[in-house]
Design a protein around this ligand. Structure first.
Ligand SMILES: O=P(O)(O)OC[C@H]1O[C@](O)(CO)[C@@H](O)[C@@H]1O
Length: 289
């Protein structure tokens, strides 16, 4: 696992967006895997990434024409058109501003008649397009990834979840600060869905997330900090700002910074081809929980 530390949220966004754009541009379509497949989050953490990706698109540095996306989650029980649905969030903040084909942008339907079937179909759809190449994720303060709240199975797949009280309180800021308005249930990809991606990038910004960063990378893998599952991923990267590193040991920060500078040196020497996951390696090398 790599830990990349940048000064602030906006530099985290710029680094991550540039990295994703590079992956998209390097992607070589094959007959059985013709599209780059990207997993995407909502929340405030990815906003600087979306801003930078939009800027790169406007400057003709990347195109999403042939990219397929799968979002991590969606609330149950609010319409897609609700301003705080993740459908609205993605459309307003990203999809409407780039050249993605709307039929390639997948988001779970929290209003489906059969929610269990909706989740099963989502997993099948991901498989049918060759799996996810890169899953970008954000976390909650308690270290949950997507809506996999503490105690979620690390072997979980897409399903319906009850939100933890802390998440309901945290998300009230999007619902007029009224916790009564926050949905109680969500559909979410599972931990194993995320970990089956060929590459995983987790954004962790802000000092309120410092305990989660420390718990998930300095301690063991644990279902109470579900993002800690990245420790088992063969190609994972956490991109954090300085604030989020507040609870890490000085030695941990120095260690990952030194790794980053050695890696940058090696990339200059050998190019980055050797330093990226193989396009088709997922089923062979990713943990199948
Ligand atoms: O980035 P923010 O605004 O802290 O929000 C993170 C939240 O969004 C989510 O990604 C929900 O999709 C959760 O992981 C978390 O609750």
């Amino acid at each position: 696992m790599r830990l990349i530390i940048r000064d602030d949220k906006s530099s985290v966004g710029a680094f991550t967006a540039t990295y994703i754009a590079k992956r998209i541009n390097e992607f070589k379509p094959t007959e059985d895997h013709p599209n780059f497949v990207l997993g995407l989050p909502t929340g405030s953490s990815p906003l600087p990434v979306y801003h930078k990706l939009i800027e790169l698109y406007v400057r003709d540095k990347v195109s999403f024409k042939d990219v397929i996306t799968f979002n991590m989650d969606e609330y149950v029980g609010i319409p897609k058109s609700h301003p705080e649905s993740y459908h609205s969030f993605m459309f307003d903040n990203f999809f409407s501003k780039v050249d993605i084909d709307p039929k390639n942008a997948h988001i779970l339907n929290g209003e489906a008649d059969n929610l269990v079937e909706e989740c099963e179909k989502y997993e099948e759809l991901i498989e049918s397009v060759g799996g996810i190449d890169l899953f970008l994720g954000g976390i909650g303060e308690d270290g949950h990834i997507a809506f996999n709240e503490p105690g979620s199975s690390l072997a979980s797949r897409t399903r319906m979840k009850t939100l933890a009280y802390d998440t309901i309180v945290a998300n009230a800021r999007f619902f007029d600060n009224d916790i009564q308005k926050v949905p109680r249930m969500a559909l979410t990809v599972g931990i194993a869905t995320v970990m089956s991606a060929r590459e995983v990038i987790i954004l962790i910004t802000g000092k309120h997330k410092a305990p989660a960063l420390a718990k998930s990378i300095e301690e063991g893998m644990n279902h109470m900090w579900t993002v800690s599952a990245i420790q088992q991923h063969p190609w994972a990267m956490v991109v954090a700002d300085e604030d989020a590193t507040l609870e890490l040991r000085v030695g941990t920060v120095r260690y990952f910074k030194s790794i980053e500078s050695v890696q940058a040196e090696q990339e200059l020497k050998y190019g980055n081809a050797a330093l990226r996951p193989k396009q088709r390696s997922i089923h062979a090398s990713s943990p199948r929980f």
